[in-house]
Design a protein around this ligand. Sequence first.
Ligand SMILES: *[C@@H]1O[C@H](CO)[C@@H](O)[C@H](O)[C@H]1NC(C)=O
Ligand SMILES: *[C@@H]1O[C@H](CO)[C@@H](O)[C@H](O)[C@H]1NC(C)=O
Ligand SMILES: *[C@@H]1O[C@H](CO)[C@@H](O)[C@H](O)[C@H]1NC(C)=O
Ligand SMILES: *[C@@H]1O[C@H](CO)[C@@H](O)[C@H](O)[C@H]1NC(C)=O
Ligand SMILES: *[C@@H]1O[C@H](CO)[C@@H](O)[C@H](O)[C@H]1NC(C)=O
Length: 237
Amino acid sequence: MEAPWIIILLMYASPLLLVEAGYFNGRPGLNELAISSEIAPTRACSVIGNIDTLLQCFAACMKRFRRFYMFGRNSATLMCFCCKDPPQFPLPGTVFNTYIAPPCPLIYSEYTYGYLNICLRFVSNLMTYPMASSVCQQDGGDLVRLDSQRKFDIFQEFVANSTNATVAVWLQGIWDNSTWFYHDGTPLEFTCMIGESNVTSEARMVAKSGNHSGCFGAQSGMLNMFVCEIYRVFSGF
Ligand SMILES: *[C@@H]1O[C@H](CO)[C@@H](O)[C@H](O)[C@H]1NC(C)=O
Ligand SMILES: *[C@@H]1O[C@H](CO)[C@@H](O)[C@H](O)[C@H]1NC(C)=O
Ligand SMILES: *[C@@H]1O[C@H](CO)[C@@H](O)[C@H](O)[C@H]1NC(C)=O
Ligand SMILES: *[C@@H]1O[C@H](CO)[C@@H](O)[C@H](O)[C@H]1NC(C)=O
Ligand SMILES: *[C@@H]1O[C@H](CO)[C@@H](O)[C@H](O)[C@H]1NC(C)=O
Protein backbone atom coordinates (compact mmCIF):
# COMPACT_ATOMS: atom_id res chain seq x y z
CA MET A 1 0.00 0.00 0.00
CA GLU A 2 1.26 3.43 -0.88
CA ALA A 3 0.84 6.21 1.64
CA PRO A 4 -1.70 8.90 0.79
CA TRP A 5 -0.13 11.94 -0.71
CA ILE A 6 -1.16 15.50 -1.32
CA ILE A 7 -1.13 16.77 -4.82
CA ILE A 8 -1.96 19.88 -6.70
CA LEU A 9 -4.36 19.01 -9.44
CA LEU A 10 -4.39 21.20 -12.46
CA MET A 11 -7.52 20.71 -14.50
CA TYR A 12 -7.59 22.05 -18.00
CA ALA A 13 -11.10 23.37 -17.86
CA SER A 14 -12.57 26.73 -18.62
CA PRO A 15 -12.22 28.59 -16.42
CA LEU A 16 -8.94 27.05 -15.43
CA LEU A 17 -9.31 25.54 -12.00
CA LEU A 18 -6.60 24.96 -9.51
CA VAL A 19 -7.75 22.34 -7.07
CA GLU A 20 -5.83 21.07 -4.14
CA ALA A 21 -6.94 17.55 -3.54
CA GLY A 22 -6.12 15.02 -0.90
CA TYR A 23 -5.64 11.88 -2.92
CA PHE A 24 -6.29 8.74 -1.16
CA ASN A 25 -5.88 5.11 -1.03
CA GLY A 26 -9.07 3.40 -0.10
CA ARG A 27 -10.14 4.51 3.34
CA PRO A 28 -13.18 6.79 3.39
CA GLY A 29 -12.52 10.13 5.04
CA LEU A 30 -13.20 13.76 4.43
CA ASN A 31 -12.58 15.63 1.19
CA GLU A 32 -11.38 12.72 -0.83
CA LEU A 33 -11.18 13.03 -4.52
CA ALA A 34 -11.98 9.39 -5.13
CA ILE A 35 -11.82 6.06 -3.40
CA SER A 36 -10.29 2.87 -4.72
CA SER A 37 -12.74 0.22 -5.79
CA GLU A 38 -12.84 -3.47 -6.57
CA ILE A 39 -14.97 -2.91 -9.66
CA ALA A 40 -13.38 -4.07 -12.90
CA PRO A 41 -13.57 -1.81 -15.94
CA THR A 42 -15.53 -3.04 -18.95
CA ARG A 43 -15.56 -2.54 -22.69
CA ALA A 44 -18.09 0.23 -22.20
CA CYS A 45 -15.33 2.39 -20.69
CA SER A 46 -13.52 4.88 -22.91
CA VAL A 47 -9.81 4.27 -23.20
CA ILE A 48 -7.13 6.97 -23.38
CA GLY A 49 -3.58 5.82 -24.11
CA ASN A 50 -0.21 6.79 -22.64
CA ILE A 51 -1.21 8.38 -19.39
CA ASP A 52 1.63 8.55 -16.89
CA THR A 53 -0.19 8.96 -13.60
CA LEU A 54 -3.55 8.17 -12.08
CA LEU A 55 -4.03 11.85 -11.48
CA GLN A 56 -3.49 12.71 -15.13
CA CYS A 57 -5.97 9.98 -15.93
CA PHE A 58 -8.55 11.55 -13.65
CA ALA A 59 -7.94 14.99 -15.18
CA ALA A 60 -8.27 13.54 -18.69
CA CYS A 61 -11.64 11.98 -17.82
CA MET A 62 -12.81 15.24 -16.24
CA LYS A 63 -11.88 17.13 -19.36
CA ARG A 64 -13.61 14.69 -21.63
CA PHE A 65 -16.83 13.78 -19.89
CA ARG A 66 -19.51 15.71 -18.11
CA ARG A 67 -20.22 12.75 -15.90
CA PHE A 68 -18.50 9.43 -15.24
CA TYR A 69 -18.75 6.99 -12.36
CA MET A 70 -15.35 5.35 -12.47
CA PHE A 71 -11.85 5.87 -13.78
CA GLY A 72 -8.68 3.87 -13.57
CA ARG A 73 -5.36 3.09 -15.06
CA ASN A 74 -3.44 0.04 -16.07
CA SER A 75 0.05 0.72 -14.76
CA ALA A 76 1.61 -1.78 -17.16
CA THR A 77 0.13 -0.45 -20.39
CA LEU A 78 -0.31 3.18 -19.20
CA MET A 79 -3.89 2.91 -20.42
CA CYS A 80 -6.37 5.20 -18.70
CA PHE A 81 -10.10 4.61 -18.87
CA CYS A 82 -13.19 6.60 -18.00
CA CYS A 83 -16.47 4.77 -17.40
CA LYS A 84 -19.75 6.55 -17.91
CA ASP A 85 -21.98 4.00 -19.66
CA PRO A 86 -23.60 0.84 -18.26
CA PRO A 87 -21.00 -1.91 -17.76
CA GLN A 88 -20.48 -4.59 -20.41
CA PHE A 89 -17.94 -7.41 -20.77
CA PRO A 90 -14.74 -7.07 -18.78
CA LEU A 91 -11.86 -5.18 -20.32
CA PRO A 92 -8.89 -7.53 -20.77
CA GLY A 93 -5.80 -6.87 -18.65
CA THR A 94 -5.11 -7.59 -15.04
CA VAL A 95 -3.34 -4.58 -13.52
CA PHE A 96 -6.22 -2.20 -13.16
CA ASN A 97 -6.59 0.32 -10.40
CA THR A 98 -10.13 1.61 -10.37
CA TYR A 99 -11.55 4.56 -8.46
CA ILE A 100 -15.10 5.65 -7.77
CA ALA A 101 -16.61 8.83 -6.28
CA PRO A 102 -16.55 9.26 -2.50
CA PRO A 103 -19.59 8.09 -0.48
CA CYS A 104 -22.72 10.21 0.02
CA PRO A 105 -22.50 13.29 2.25
CA LEU A 106 -23.43 12.52 5.87
CA ILE A 107 -26.95 13.95 5.74
CA TYR A 108 -27.76 11.72 2.74
CA SER A 109 -28.74 8.05 2.54
CA GLU A 110 -27.19 5.92 -0.15
CA TYR A 111 -29.08 3.50 -2.39
CA THR A 112 -28.04 1.13 -5.12
CA TYR A 113 -29.59 2.21 -8.37
CA GLY A 114 -28.58 0.12 -11.37
CA TYR A 115 -24.81 0.35 -11.76
CA LEU A 116 -24.75 3.76 -10.05
CA ASN A 117 -25.44 4.67 -6.48
CA ILE A 118 -27.67 7.55 -5.56
CA CYS A 119 -27.83 9.65 -2.41
CA LEU A 120 -31.17 10.95 -1.09
CA ARG A 121 -31.97 13.62 1.48
CA PHE A 122 -35.41 14.40 2.86
CA VAL A 123 -35.87 18.05 3.80
CA SER A 124 -38.89 18.72 6.00
CA ASN A 125 -38.60 22.52 5.77
CA LEU A 126 -41.39 23.98 3.67
CA MET A 127 -40.04 25.83 0.64
CA THR A 128 -41.03 27.03 -2.81
CA TYR A 129 -39.87 25.03 -5.83
CA PRO A 130 -37.02 27.42 -6.72
CA MET A 131 -35.84 27.55 -3.09
CA ALA A 132 -35.95 23.77 -2.78
CA SER A 133 -34.03 23.30 -6.05
CA SER A 134 -31.42 25.75 -4.87
CA VAL A 135 -30.92 23.95 -1.55
CA CYS A 136 -30.34 20.67 -3.40
CA GLN A 137 -28.00 22.32 -5.90
CA GLN A 138 -25.94 23.78 -3.08
CA ASP A 139 -25.40 20.19 -1.92
CA GLY A 140 -24.07 19.35 -5.38
CA GLY A 141 -27.23 17.63 -6.55
CA ASP A 142 -30.76 18.60 -7.48
CA LEU A 143 -34.35 17.74 -6.66
CA VAL A 144 -34.89 14.01 -7.03
CA ARG A 145 -35.25 12.88 -10.63
CA LEU A 146 -37.85 10.14 -11.03
CA ASP A 147 -36.70 8.31 -14.12
CA SER A 148 -37.94 4.77 -13.52
CA GLN A 149 -40.39 2.75 -11.49
CA ARG A 150 -37.45 1.53 -9.40
CA LYS A 151 -36.43 5.11 -8.53
CA PHE A 152 -40.06 5.89 -7.68
CA ASP A 153 -40.20 2.86 -5.38
CA ILE A 154 -37.02 3.89 -3.56
CA PHE A 155 -38.31 7.46 -3.33
CA GLN A 156 -41.68 6.45 -1.90
CA GLU A 157 -40.18 4.16 0.68
CA PHE A 158 -37.60 6.81 1.57
CA VAL A 159 -40.31 9.42 2.16
CA ALA A 160 -42.42 6.95 4.12
CA ASN A 161 -39.38 6.18 6.30
CA SER A 162 -38.77 9.89 6.80
CA THR A 163 -42.25 10.88 7.92
CA ASN A 164 -45.42 9.10 8.92
CA ALA A 165 -47.53 12.03 7.82
CA THR A 166 -49.08 12.31 4.38
CA VAL A 167 -47.06 15.06 2.78
CA ALA A 168 -46.50 16.72 -0.59
CA VAL A 169 -42.88 16.64 -1.71
CA TRP A 170 -41.22 18.59 -4.53
CA LEU A 171 -39.41 16.54 -7.15
CA GLN A 172 -37.85 17.50 -10.45
CA GLY A 173 -40.43 18.44 -13.09
CA ILE A 174 -41.21 21.56 -15.07
CA TRP A 175 -44.31 21.73 -17.26
CA ASP A 176 -43.61 23.57 -20.49
CA ASN A 177 -45.21 23.41 -23.91
CA SER A 178 -47.50 20.56 -22.81
CA THR A 179 -44.58 18.39 -21.68
CA TRP A 180 -42.90 17.68 -18.35
CA PHE A 181 -39.14 18.25 -18.37
CA TYR A 182 -36.23 17.60 -16.02
CA HIS A 183 -33.94 20.52 -15.22
CA ASP A 184 -31.47 19.50 -17.92
CA GLY A 185 -34.18 20.02 -20.52
CA THR A 186 -34.88 16.37 -21.31
CA PRO A 187 -38.49 15.17 -21.22
CA LEU A 188 -39.48 12.90 -18.33
CA GLU A 189 -38.52 9.26 -18.85
CA PHE A 190 -41.01 8.02 -16.30
CA THR A 191 -44.20 9.46 -14.97
CA CYS A 192 -45.84 9.18 -11.60
CA MET A 193 -48.53 11.66 -12.67
CA ILE A 194 -52.04 10.76 -11.65
CA GLY A 195 -54.02 12.63 -14.29
CA GLU A 196 -52.90 15.69 -16.17
CA SER A 197 -53.95 19.14 -15.11
CA ASN A 198 -54.94 21.79 -17.60
CA VAL A 199 -54.01 24.60 -15.27
CA THR A 200 -50.85 26.01 -16.82
CA SER A 201 -49.84 27.79 -13.63
CA GLU A 202 -49.45 24.40 -11.91
CA ALA A 203 -46.19 23.81 -13.69
CA ARG A 204 -43.96 22.19 -11.07
CA MET A 205 -44.16 18.59 -9.94
CA VAL A 206 -44.97 17.31 -6.48
CA ALA A 207 -45.48 13.81 -5.19
CA LYS A 208 -47.98 12.98 -2.51
CA SER A 209 -46.90 10.36 0.00
CA GLY A 210 -49.11 7.79 1.66
CA ASN A 211 -51.56 5.24 0.31
CA HIS A 212 -52.96 7.36 -2.47
CA SER A 213 -49.55 8.39 -3.68
CA GLY A 214 -48.80 9.86 -7.06
CA CYS A 215 -47.63 13.09 -8.63
CA PHE A 216 -49.37 16.19 -9.81
CA GLY A 217 -48.67 19.75 -10.89
CA ALA A 218 -48.50 22.58 -8.40
CA GLN A 219 -47.72 26.28 -8.45
CA SER A 220 -44.02 26.92 -7.98
CA GLY A 221 -44.66 29.29 -5.07
CA MET A 222 -46.38 26.62 -3.01
CA LEU A 223 -44.54 25.59 0.16
CA ASN A 224 -43.62 21.91 0.30
CA MET A 225 -41.10 19.52 1.74
CA PHE A 226 -38.70 18.04 -0.79
CA VAL A 227 -36.19 15.32 -1.57
CA CYS A 228 -32.70 16.07 -2.91
CA GLU A 229 -30.67 13.60 -4.91
CA ILE A 230 -26.98 13.34 -5.69
CA TYR A 231 -25.58 10.76 -8.09
CA ARG A 232 -22.44 9.14 -6.82
CA VAL A 233 -20.42 10.09 -9.89
CA PHE A 234 -17.64 12.45 -10.89
CA SER A 235 -18.76 15.62 -12.61
CA GLY A 236 -16.52 17.12 -15.28
CA PHE A 237 -17.21 20.12 -17.43
C1 LIG B 1 -37.13 1.92 5.18
O1 LIG B 1 -37.03 1.37 6.47
C2 LIG B 1 -36.93 -0.04 6.50
C3 LIG B 1 -36.97 -0.48 7.95
O2 LIG B 1 -36.03 0.22 8.69
C4 LIG B 1 -35.65 -0.48 5.79
O3 LIG B 1 -35.55 -1.87 5.77
C5 LIG B 1 -35.68 0.05 4.36
O4 LIG B 1 -34.48 -0.27 3.71
C6 LIG B 1 -35.91 1.54 4.36
N1 LIG B 1 -36.07 1.97 2.98
C7 LIG B 1 -35.49 3.06 2.49
C8 LIG B 1 -35.73 3.35 1.06
O5 LIG B 1 -34.79 3.77 3.16
C1 LIG C 1 -43.68 6.35 12.42
O1 LIG C 1 -44.49 5.76 13.39
C2 LIG C 1 -43.88 4.66 14.05
C3 LIG C 1 -44.91 4.01 14.99
O2 LIG C 1 -45.59 4.99 15.69
C4 LIG C 1 -42.64 5.14 14.80
O3 LIG C 1 -42.00 4.06 15.43
C5 LIG C 1 -41.68 5.75 13.77
O4 LIG C 1 -40.55 6.26 14.43
C6 LIG C 1 -42.36 6.85 13.01
N1 LIG C 1 -41.47 7.27 11.95
C7 LIG C 1 -41.23 8.55 11.67
C8 LIG C 1 -40.29 8.84 10.57
O5 LIG C 1 -41.77 9.47 12.28
C1 LIG D 1 -43.68 22.53 -28.50
O1 LIG D 1 -43.86 21.16 -28.81
C2 LIG D 1 -44.13 20.90 -30.17
C3 LIG D 1 -44.47 19.43 -30.34
O2 LIG D 1 -43.78 18.62 -29.46
C4 LIG D 1 -42.92 21.33 -31.01
O3 LIG D 1 -43.17 21.09 -32.38
C5 LIG D 1 -42.67 22.80 -30.78
O4 LIG D 1 -41.49 23.18 -31.45
C6 LIG D 1 -42.51 23.09 -29.30
N1 LIG D 1 -42.42 24.52 -29.10
C7 LIG D 1 -41.50 25.08 -28.33
C8 LIG D 1 -41.56 26.56 -28.20
O5 LIG D 1 -40.64 24.44 -27.76
C1 LIG E 1 -58.42 19.78 -20.25
O1 LIG E 1 -59.15 20.72 -21.05
C2 LIG E 1 -59.94 20.11 -22.07
C3 LIG E 1 -60.59 21.21 -22.91
O2 LIG E 1 -61.11 22.21 -22.07
C4 LIG E 1 -60.98 19.17 -21.44
O3 LIG E 1 -61.73 18.54 -22.44
C5 LIG E 1 -60.24 18.14 -20.60
O4 LIG E 1 -61.16 17.31 -19.94
C6 LIG E 1 -59.35 18.80 -19.58
N1 LIG E 1 -58.57 17.81 -18.89
C7 LIG E 1 -58.48 17.77 -17.57
C8 LIG E 1 -57.65 16.65 -17.00
O5 LIG E 1 -59.03 18.56 -16.86
C1 LIG F 1 -52.45 3.12 4.46
O1 LIG F 1 -53.39 2.10 4.56
C2 LIG F 1 -53.22 1.28 5.71
C3 LIG F 1 -54.21 0.15 5.64
O2 LIG F 1 -55.38 0.52 4.98
C4 LIG F 1 -53.39 2.14 6.96
O3 LIG F 1 -53.20 1.36 8.11
C5 LIG F 1 -52.35 3.25 6.94
O4 LIG F 1 -52.55 4.12 8.04
C6 LIG F 1 -52.45 4.05 5.65
N1 LIG F 1 -51.34 4.97 5.59
C7 LIG F 1 -51.50 6.25 5.27
C8 LIG F 1 -50.26 7.07 5.28
O5 LIG F 1 -52.55 6.74 4.97
